[in-house]
Design a protein around this ligand. Structure first.
Ligand code: 13P
Ligand code: SF4
Length: 300
């Protein structure tokens, strides 16, 4: 009998599909993917692939973003139950109300939001390009939603801009404590310290480097050091171990995004076999969200 990995490879080629996986998915998912990366890299790939089907192994907003960028392709989410808690903190209605209070602000929205929330944004960004997106905006007043931690980090590096923050965050990164990270540093005093900007400022201040998951990988590759404390979701360890086998990575083990682990080989196989779990969005939503999302893929 054909095993799951062989079955996925066969179906993928029969259906002219591409498998994209976020850096937080599990090891076996990352290993079957054609491309593993951060939200920015995967969005760029989704906008230019010539595959007929995109299987997006990640949380729902990632599949929706791929659909906005490639509306004529079939985008499949192996597990549509895999949601991002941060995306739930900012809906389109509340954002439109907030915009009324700041009519002169440019709305910069993190990609970790639903498709309908994106229809209310001027520009979308990821953690990989938030800083450059904000720098390129020709307005000193910015409404940044929904991640207050990423927003504060960007604000700190753009003192010439007034950045109004939304009260949202990633519960996984935001709940990491200074004490827990200090314990890792005490145990591994020679390690280089790197974190994702979704962490709170008091943790970011302790770091040698702050960046998206892909930026962290690039920085690790450039470094001649051997040991790294990586303050982000534990799935990233597979990617680092695979691409930098001569280096050691220490993670806070409580940094676990459960929805990212809902994606399994079985769920990838089943959605490719039955062509189910397709991302369906209103054409109106796609039309309105396209411009801010497309702009996001053009600013590196
Ligand atoms: P990246 O921008 O590094 O892909 O991170 C996305 C994310 O969900 C972080 O929690
Ligand atoms: Fe969302 Fe946080 Fe999970 Fe990233 S780690 S997908 S922000 S819940």
């Amino acid at each position: 009998m054909e095993d799951l990995v062989t079955g996925i490879r066969r179906l993928k080629s029969e259906r002219n599909a591409i498998i994209l996986a976020h850096n937080y998915t599990s090891k076996e998912v990352q290993e079957i993917a054609d491309l593993t990366g951060d939200s920015l890299g995967l969005s760029i790939e989704a906008s230019k692939t010539d595959a007929d089907i995109i299987v997006f192994c990640g949380v729902t907003f990632m599949g929706e973003t791929a659909k906005i960028l490639s509306p004529n392709k079939k985008v499949l989410l192996p597990n549509p139950e895999a949601g991002c808690d941060m995306a739930m903190t900012c809906n389109a209605h509340d954002l439109s109300e907030m915009k009324k209070k700041h009519p002169d602000a440019t709305v910069v929205g993190y990609v970790n939001t639903t498709a309908s929330t994106k229809t209310e944004m001027d520009v979308c960004c990821t953690s990989g390009n938030a800083m450059n997106v904000v720098k390129q905006i020709d307005n000193s007043k910015i409404l940044f939603v929904p991640d207050k931690n990423l927003g504060s980090y960007v604000a700190k590096h753009n003192p010439d801009k007034e950045i109004i923050l939304w009260d949202g965050c990633c519960p996984i990164h935001d709940s990491l404590t200074v004490e827990s990270i200090q314990n890792l540093i005490a145990k591994y005093p020679d390690a280089v310290k790197m974190a994702h900007p979704e962490c709170k400022d008091d943790i970011l201040k302790m770091m040698d480097f702050v960046g998206s998951t892909e930026a962290i990988l690039k920085e690790v590759k450039k470094s001649d050091r051997k040991q790294f404390i990586i303050v982000t979701e534990v799935g990233m360890k597979h990617r680092l171990d695979r691409e930098c086998p001569d280096k050691e990575f220490i993670f806070p083990e409580e940094a676990l995004c459960k929805p990212m682990k809902y994606i399994t080989l079985q769920s990838i196989h089943d959605c490719l076999l039955n062509l189910t779990r397709e991302v369906i969005l209103d054409s109106d939503v796609i039309e309105k969200a396209y411009a801010p999302v497309k702009r996001m893929t053009e600013i590196l």
